[in-house]
Design a protein around this ligand. Structure first.
Ligand code: NAD
Length: 336
């Protein structure tokens, strides 16, 4: 098939070309650096399939442009599919495929990296030592052993985080409307969200972004948390109300904040903007806090994950071409 691939960097091309070659070059891949938006949608130029990433826009108007130019499938290079208007895709006869699991460990390990860095202030220590400042004042952390961690969403990533932190000797509380039996293997306790928020020293978010989970951590949720809580979000930006987080940081309710995702990250993340002015004042304010670490949606970014994303994407495209359905379909039913 002809496939137009949006939001690509050199690393995407390397891994996708490798996976396509390994499968015997079944597809003609056309790479675009541009994000898929209303403006760039016409660039698909009649490709039967479009391949998109997390910040590409796949709302009804974009899908209408794609359908009109002959696109019959959207292959997402991500697990999350919150950026796709699935009912519109179904109406327009566009199938969706995704990569349900590429490396939950990559995201889980990055989550734990944020926890460790925030706790032991590694980001500040690194800068201090390079300036010849070896003072310890301001770098005081706490032992993770014995602390209570609350994992919200215990799918593949949440379970991996729970397993790692159980290994540190943490007490693990987990909330998920569909709890996993596997959690008991490492002593995690399934609890309601209220109890998790009330008891956790560290809260980490691993549920998908849906209308139900949008801004699940807002002012009211913060009011139910322990003062000085560490909050980590490597899920999706809009799981948290960023304005409420800034208030929480200013009042000391949030003691540490680690974000790999941000609700307005489209147009910021994945780009080198070091010579430009950032116009998002909320984002800029976040960066001023010493107890905040933001990474630019890099939790997935390991060699293993990129290889798996590329292989599954090619497989989704090939299954759609030969059988009419992607290997890992995303559908309105799945959303329900
Ligand atoms: P998954 O489908 O295996 O697990 C998600 C879990 O969340 C499920 O068990 C589900 O029951 C649960 N859930 C649904 N609604 C919930 C709610 N209201 N409260 C609590 N739990 C709820 O998904 P996964 O592979 O573990 O990924 C989780 C999320 O992580 C993805 O949806 C994606 O948004 C995000 N993600 C981020 C990155 C990154 O690079 N930062 C990479 C991959 C995935």
């Amino acid at each position: 098939m002809d496939v137009t691939i949006f939001s690509t960097k050199a690393y995407d091309r390397r891994f996708l070309d490798g996976a396509n070659a390994a499968a015997g070059e079944p597809h003609r891949l056309r790479y675009l650096e541009a994000r898929l938006t209303h403006e760039s949608a016409p660039l698909t130029q009649g490709a039967q399939a479009v391949c998109a990433f997390v910040n590409d826009v796949l709302d009804r108007p974009v899908l209408e442009v794609l359908a009109a130019s002959g696109t019959r499938m959207v292959a997402l290079r991500s697990a999350g599919f919150n950026n796709v208007d699935l009912p519109a895709a179904a109406e327009l006869g566009i199938a969706g495929g995704r990569v349900p699991a590429y490396s939950p460990d990559a995201v889980a390990e990055h989550t734990v990296a944020l926890i460790l860095a925030l706790n032991r202030k590694t980001h500040r220590a690194y800068a201090r030592v390079r300036e010849g400042n070896f003072a310890l004042e301001g770098l005081l952390g706490f032992d993770l052993k014995g602390r209570t961690v609350g994992i919200v969403g215990t799918g593949k990533i949440g379970r991996a985080v729970a397993r790692i932190l159980a290994g540190f000797g943490c007490r693990v509380l987990a909330y998920d409307p569909m709890p996993s039996a596997e959690l008991a293997d490492f002593g995690a306790e399934a609890v309601g969200l209220d109890r998790l928020l009330a008891e956790a020293d560290i809260v980490s978010l691993h549920c998908p972004l849906t209308p139900d989970t949008h801004h699940m951590i807002d002012r009211a949720a913060l009011a139910r948390m322990k003062r000085g809580v560490m909050l980590i979000n490597t899920g999706r930006g809009a799981l948290v109300d960023t304005a409420a987080l800034i208030e929480g940081l200013k009042s000391g309710v949030i003691g540490d904040l680690g974000l790999d995702v941000y609700e307005e990250e489209g147009g910021l993340f994945f780009e080198d903007l070091s010579n430009q002015i950032i116009r998002d004042d909320v984002f800029s304010r976040l960066l001023t806090f010493p107890n905040v670490i933001v990474t630019g949606h890099q939790a997935f970014f390991t060699a293993e994950a990129l290889a798996a994303i590329a292989a599954t994407t090619i497989e989704n495209l090939s299954c759609f071409e030969t059988q009419g359905v992607p290997r890992h379909p995303v559908s309105v039913e799945r959303l329900a």
